[in-house]
Unconditional design. Structure first.
Length: 187
């Protein structure tokens, strides 16, 4: 199934979201300027954005600006991720060009980016809320291999660069921890 990695990433994100407690919404996360609520809003809003952009619709800015964390973010994520899964699974979705505010991507590359973003932010939430960060080991290995091919030092650094510098990772760390460290998180 072409959209399998995204489906796996959303399944993992749902499992992590199910264990987030309302009392944790203002806790810090590995994303320096974001609290748990901000990561939730990005994750949920991102699912609607992935669906809209893959369907060739407007960029989904309204969904990304919604404060999902103040409501039933679990149901909102179920709905948004179902829309994105359907969009990625539509005939021709992997072959078409997807245009977003920051560039154009082949559908398959856009789905890989969505999968990586989703799993990494699930990791952020797991880390911030005291859950295990050993999530989706096989998928994390696959996404790490793809990230190593796609992300160069030229697009790393302080803002406005999209990725922070790779961080050290302890020997024997899980695949998800290694992915997070590669993407600039302290593990």
């Amino acid at each position: 199934m072409a959209n399998g990695p995204y489906e796996q990433a959303t399944k993992t994100a749902k499992e992590v979201l199910a264990r987030v407690q309302p009392s944790q919404l203002d806790d810090p996360t590995p994303c320096e300027s974001w609290k748990v609520r901000d990561v939730i809003n990005h994750l949920v809003g991102g699912s609607y954005f992935f669906a809209a952009s893959t369907n060739g619709e407007e960029d989904g800015a309204a969904a990304r600006a919604t404060d999902f964390a103040s409501g039933d973010f679990k149901s909102a994520y179920d709905e948004g991720s179902a829309q994105a899964i359907a969009a990625f699974g539509a005939p021709g979705a992997m072959e078409k060009t997807v245009t977003v505010p920051f560039g154009q991507f082949p559908g398959a590359a856009w789905m890989a980016l969505a999968s990586t973003d989703t799993l990494t932010h699930a990791w952020d939430l797991a880390k911030a809320t005291g859950q295990s960060t050993d999530i989706a080991p096989e998928l994390a290995e696959q996404l790490l291999a793809g990230a190593r091919m796609a992300i160069s030092d030229e697009i790393r650094g302080d803002e406005p660069m999209p990725f922070a510098k790779e961080q050290p990772c302890p020997d024997g760390a899980s695949a998800a921890d290694r992915l997070a460290a590669f993407l600039g998180r302290s593990v």
